[in-house]
Design a protein around this ligand. Structure first.
Ligand SMILES: Cc1cc2nc3c(=O)[nH]c(=O)nc-3n(C[C@H](O)[C@H](O)[C@H](O)COP(=O)(O)O)c2cc1C
Length: 338
């Protein structure tokens, strides 16, 4: 791969009426891509498409506070943002989509890829790949209910023997989907093995709407490889942003210039983590936030000396000021060792 060659793309993706000035998108992650995390990604990458965590259409209609918390958006500069909904009842999905459109969604994304037992057991997420007619009815119902674009996210298929992504993509397009994201694994794989980007290389021969390839993009180089192998219009990144909220920006920069920017150093990472925690506290209050942010610590301190010791100290701490002291200890020690 020639690091100086640019992808054959013009960095603009038109998703229905929404013009996105980036071919790199933030993929949805339940319990992760909340407002504070999206805000961090947005600071680096002002134009990429962001996606919320999945919002259950049924729970939203039941007015559950946890679903309403997921639709908290930041004060300014969040769009373009896709709100992702899950469910399997077309009328319920349509109602939820309408509410979210009114809350400021630029795009409504439909979850047809979640592999979790509880979700597929109810006929939601990747179970919809086994009920394509229902999936189509959902897209049509949502399209009819709202005026913003509708996108879908799905996998290669339910099992290795049921890889129907090609027919499914065509059906989604015919049903009115304005773009789609394909996680290049089957439901049966969950998150194991490697994402098979090459498998979907023929999708764009059939599909005219934008297609984002997803799975295992952790760096600018893997993003480029994924784009080349999948022949898609863009890439969607999920876990790679954990501890590296600037990853989308570094990928965009590489696509635009061929230059690889360095990852944030430990000092920058500690500052990012502090911002992340402060924003979570603002959203959830200190008590809940200090529990919630524990999952992020390992990613921000990954690779430092004695990471396990610091991780142990951080995940048991409930007081924000004490966490700040631990983070300062980490940076002070690094200053001394430079
Ligand atoms: C913790 C976690 C939560 C996720 N939640 C969602 C979700 O709510 N909706 C969805 O479509 N995909 C969800 N995914 C799948 C990701 O969007 C993505 O397809 C998958 O992680 C592969 O991409 P990656 O290798 O870049 O992480 C989730 C993944 C993880 C790890």
């Amino acid at each position: 791969m020639n690091p100086n060659s640019k992808p054959q793309k013009n960095n603009i993706i038109n998703i229905g009426s929404v013009k996105v000035n980036s071919i790199v998108a933030l993929a949805p992650m339940a319990g992760i891509t909340d407002m504070p995390l999206r805000q961090l990604v947005r600071k680096f990458s002002p134009t990429c498409l962001l996606t919320t965590e999945m919002i259950s259409s049924e729970m939203l209609m039941q007015n559950r506070p946890e679903e309403h918390e997921k639709i908290t958006v930041f004060k300014e500069n969040e769009p373009p943002i896709a709100f992702q909904i899950s469910g399997h009842k077309p009328f319920m999905m349509a109602k939820a989509a309408k509410i979210l459109e009114e809350k400021g969604a630029s795009i409504i994304d439909i979850n047809m890829g979640c592999p979790v037992k509880k979700v597929v057991g109810g006929g939601d997420g990747s179970a919809l790949m086994r009920t394509p007619q229902l999936a189509s009815d959902i897209v049509k119902a949502v399209k009819d209910a709202i005026s913003v674009p509708v996108t879908v996210k799905f996998r290669l298929g339910y099992t290795a023997a049921e890889q129907n992504f090609m027919e499914f993509a065509s059906l989604m397009q015919d049903s009115g989907a304005d773009a789609m994201t394909i996680h290049c694994r089957t439901r049966a794989q969950m998150y194991s093995g490697s994402a098979d980007w090459k498998t979907i290389r023929n999708v764009k021969k059939e599909i005219n709407v934008p297609v984002f390839a997803n799975g295992d993009i952790t760096s600018p180089e893997t993003a480029k490889e994924c784009l080349e192998q999948s022949c898609c219009d863009g890439v969607a990144v999920a876990r790679g942003v954990l501890g590296e909220p600037d990853l989308l920006y570094r990928i965009e920069h590489y696509f635009n210039t061929g230059e690889i920017l360095k990852k944030p150093d430990i000092f920058e990472k500690m500052e990012l983590l502090k911002t992340h925690i402060k924003d979570e506290i603002e959203l959830r209050g200190e008590k809940v936030a200090m529990q919630f942010v524990r999952k992020f610590y390992p990613y921000y301190i990954r690779g430092i000396r004695d990471a396990a010791v610091y991780r142990g100290a951080l995940v048991t701490e409930t007081d924000f000021d004490k966490v700040l002291k631990i983070l300062d200890t980490i940076t002070e020690r690094e200053v001394q060792s430079v």
